[in-house]
Design a protein around this ligand. Structure first.
Ligand SMILES: Nc1ncnc2c1ncn2[C@@H]1O[C@H](COP(=O)(O)OP(=O)(O)OP(=O)(O)O)[C@@H](O)[C@H]1O
Ligand SMILES: [Mg+2]
Length: 595
């Protein structure tokens, strides 16, 4: 009664009761010929409660249980799919004027159900109600065929949906249609128009800005284009903007709201993982977290250097990466509850090539330093063979130079599992002897310098990174570790990490002076000897360039080495793969294969 009472203050409680009773009588008569009395009574009271703004099931569980026993299977199906019976107040399509209804809620709140039900009600009136899911798998497995997807909630309706996966479309028996898009292909949204739109899990869209902008440009059919956004939040720019936008109707909800409808396994898996943790405030209570004090990374830091134009990356930057490495942080066990295996791919872009491509890559202390791109995260819960296969598939797909894995947990098992699957992979084991902070800090310093770019967004990886406070961290996040291994391998080869440690420890001013000198030396015609003292770099066992003794080296295709200062190249016996980059460019000139 409350909601009508608020919007129509002239309704006294007595008037409301009379109206409710009359509607109940009428609606029972309407349902009675088609259903048993038990079913008809339920549907009727639900309709009345909906009209007066109540959440029926929350108030009538006992009545429901009793009537449920009296129903046959056909009726139970009708009841199960009657959303009016089930929807809680914060799951109902809001009245009033809004452009975006954002349901920002915790895991398992019933967000997908809200999206499907909203499509279900819109499709009766509008011809083009389209759907955007994070990935093609999510579109099919969650939004369409999932337990709370379109087919499950609308399967029993008079307006029937027919799913046409090859056309990426749902056709409805009333002539309406729903095109299905995925946020990892924002280009497919270009030029497409929508009357209404359902965007599921917006905050984890890989190319969030591009896909959202394209979607909004196309939302222009009919007199009242609207979208429903259902998402667990993350403090990324689009989500922050939408939450503040006056044209957004914001609905908040938590996992606990839907507790009684969640499978015990889901509840215990998700709740045990997140309850009492900071990330739990986001994943369970849907709070938009601020950057965490003391964390090695912040969302702001990652956002600032993020690659938003994924086409530019895959078509122009990726083929020119001088080195690609896949970092692996293997899990020891592979049950449902076990750790994920972190598998993250990163590449290095020399500054000069970036400049040639017209990229605006920052320098450090005037020095043309390389930049790094995190471009794929294939972490998951795998069997031991499964993670090796996933890592090797990525290695071949991206023509990576090396896989690198931590041996602490599984000992030699990591290398033997890799070799068992492919003897020819270039693989190096690393020992996590240094301690997490020592390894992660220099990589976070690279981010601070604006030199590490995420190609699109990687929800789980970034959540782990921004939640990692070295002083208090108890667990070692797998995806973050894999990224740190890959980053360390790339940057250590160019001695970056030594420079950063040195800079951090004491000699910042001195080092910067030397780096400037180095640049001046390099610019002087005929001079190839760079005068930077290798001892300045706090790094043991540093190889140096035979020509100029500089330690800024990078490994090039085929295992050769190139000095980043004087450009001298030499080979330690391995064959030189000169046409390597041309080949990679050719391979990628068509569509880049991605997940
Ligand atoms: N009001 C409701 N009454 C009954 N069942 C509900 C209600 N809301 C959601 N459910 C059910 O709860 C389960 C979880 O819902 P759903 O999958 O929509 O949650 P979600 O928030 O999208 O979860 P995730 O965070 O995993 O994406 C589904 O079986 C769904 O049908
Ligand atoms: Mg969902």
């Amino acid at each position: 009664m409350e909601q009508i009472g608020v919007s129509m203050p002239w309704f006294t409680p007595r008037t409301k009761t009379v109206i409710a009773a009359s509607i109940l009588a009428l609606v029972t008569i309407f349902f009675a010929p088609k259903h048993s009395f038990a079913c008809a009574a339920l549907l009727a009271t639900a309709t009345v409660d909906q009209r007066v703004g109540q959440s029926w099931m929350q108030n009538n569980r006992a009545l429901f249980n009793q009537k449920w026993q009296e129903m046959d299977e056909r009726e139970r199906l009708v009841v199960r799919t009657t959303w009016d019976l089930w929807a809680r107040a914060n799951q109902k399509l809001p009245q009033g004027e809004w452009q975006t209804w954002m349901v920002r809620a915790g895991r398992g709140f019933g967000k997908t159900r809200v999206g499907s039900e909203t499509v279900r009600s819109w499709i009766r009136e509008f011809d083009f109600v389209n759907i955007i899911a994070p990935t093609a798998d999510d579109a099919r497995d969650i939004c369409v065929e999932g337990e709370s997807g379109i087919l499950a909630v609308c399967g029993n309706d008079d307006i029937k949906p027919t799913y046409r996966p090859s056309k990426r479309k749902i056709e409805w028996s009333n002539g309406a249609s729903s095109l299905i898009f995925t946020a990892d292909e924002p280009e497919r949204l270009r030029g497409k128009q929508h009357m209404k739109l359902w965007c599921d899990e917006l905050a984890s869209w890989r190319y969030l800005r591009a896909a959202w902008d394209q979607a909004q440009l196309g939302l222009r059919l009919g007199s009242n284009p609207q979208s429903v956004v259902t998402t667990t939040p993350r403090p990324v720019d689009v989500v922050k903007e939408l939450s503040k936008d006056p044209n957004t109707f914001l609905t908040l909800g938590s996992t606990y709201d839907n507790r009684e409808n969640l499978a015990a396994a889901f509840y215990s898996r998700v709740i045990t993982k997140y309850e009492g943790t900071r990330l739990g405030r986001q994943e369970l209570n849907a709070e938009l977290l601020e950057d965490r004090p003391g964390a090695l990374w912040t969302y702001t830091l990652i956002d600032q250097a993020r690659v938003k134009d994924e086409q530019l990356f895959w078509q122009r930057i990726f083929p020119r990466l001088s080195r690609i490495v896949g970092g692996i942080d293997p899990a020891v066990t592979s049950t449902e509850d076990s750790d994920e295996c972190g598998i993250v791919f990163m590449g290095e872009m020399p500054w000069s090539i970036g400049a040639e491509l017209g990229l605006d890559l920052c320098k450090v202390a005037g020095v043309e330093v390389p930049h790094y791109y995190v471009f794929d995260d294939r972490s998951n819960i795998y069997t031991p063979d499964g993670w090796a296969k996933a890592a090797i598939a990525g290695y071949h797909q991206f023509q990576a130079d090396r896989l690198i894995g931590e041996v602490n947990n599984g000992g030699d098992m990591v290398e033997s599992t890799i070799r068992h699957n492919d003897t020819n992979v270039s693989y190096r084991s690393v020992h996590a002897s240094k301690g997490k902070i020592t390894r992660a800090e220099p990589i976070s310093a690279l981010y601070e310098q604006g030199r590490v770019h995420h190609v699109g967004s990687f929800k789980e990886l970034e959540d782990q990174m921004c939640d990692y406070v070295p002083a208090t961290a108890e667990i070692s996040p797998d995806r973050m570790d894999a990224m740190v291994w890959a980053g360390t391998e790339l940057a250590e080869n160019s001695m970056e990490l030594g420079l950063i440690s040195y800079e951090k420890q004491s000699g910042a001013a001195e080092l910067q002076g030397r780096l400037k000198e180095t640049v001046a030396e390099k610019a002087a015609p005929g001079k190839v000897t760079v005068q930077r003292d290798p001892a300045a770099v706090v790094h043991t066992g540093v190889p140096t360039c035979p020509q100029c003794q500089c330690t800024l080296l990078s490994i090039i295709g085929g295992g050769g080495t190139r000095c980043k200062m004087c450009g001298h190249q030499w080979n330690d016996g391995a064959t030189n793969k000169a046409p390597f980059y041309a080949m990679r460019a050719q391979m990628l000139s068509g569509e880049v294969r991605r997940r």
